[in-house]
Design a protein around this ligand. Sequence first.
Ligand code: AMP
Length: 370
Amino acid sequence: MRTIKLHDKYFKTFITADIINQAIQKMARLVKKDCGGEIPIFVGILNGSFMFAADFIRAYEGNCEVSFVKLASYEGTGSTGKIKELVGFNENLEGRTIIILEDIIDTGNTLEEIFNIFRNKRVKQLKIATLFFKPDVFRKGLPIDYIGIPIPDKFIVGYGLDYNGLGRNLPDIYQLTTQKMTNIVLFGPPGAGKGTQATVLKDKYNLKHISTGDVFRYNIKNETELGMLAKSFMDKGDLVPDEVTIEMLKAEVEKNDDANGFIFDGFPRTESQAKALDAFLEEKGQAINGMVALEVPEDLLVERLLKRGKTSGRPDDQDEDKIRNRFNEYQNKTAILKDYYDKQNKYYGVNGVGSIEDITERLSAVFDTL
Ligand code: AMP
């Protein structure tokens, strides 16, 4: 998934150039079959259809004529108000087969204008080919002969279509993202219960839980390149280098672009990770809503981790030195993030001592406000 910004709005990838191309090839074959030996005049409706028309006509294996027109409106006299006409037509259309090439048909208003304009032109036949079609909003009883790709009623840009003049040059189609995500950093030292709580909260708030520690462990288990790289750091209780972790985190977010939001567990752990996360979310028109921190005294944490080490199988849980090193890393590199989010008024401390249910309730009270 890719997110782009045009003017004030954000758009994410929706239909790839590949899919578009396949649809166009299919349309061109079908039109050729229907035209037989006849030479059609393809008429592209500017501006939006220029890219579709170019690719469609290139794919059309037969003789044809090509023309482009623009639908212009001018103030009519009397009661008719605005009148539409096609500008740019020089051809004699009488007795010819005209195939209109449209980039998109939604309500059908433009299509209706086109039918009206051609009513008196004494053409042999008028056919309509549109690359995109929105069946849910189409309100006219007019025939559309060829449809490339039906789409739901979403605002799209790219491949000739624009948003306030921008986006026409994009090879893929993008759709508007209106949805604001809820993104929460669940924070706290090792053993604070972030993972346990995240598992409950992600279902309760319909968010995607990303635990960088879990992703690393998954990669180690599957002996991936990333896993091999992370293992030496993790086994000692050191942090994995930022470049590696940040790239991995981004990939996890991209994989779940449709989520309502994320619970980040174990990320960010350094100031540069926090900055990278802010910048990355900003590119998507999103942001961190808050950092919710579980506050637990260190002695209790060591006890919890050693206990967990007996069943978790994690090498970094089983040795008190490694555990202490993880706390050092936390104190030296991670704890400062409290200030980072506090400065943005996004820090929420929660007492992390008590039963799992009690702590979930305390966390929920904060989540509800975010
Ligand atoms: P966790 O499961 O969150 O306790 O993470 C276990 C280990 O994974 C950490 O001790 C680090 O070695 C590594 N790790 C997890 N998240 C990060 C991160 N954000 N930055 C660097 N290393 C990480």
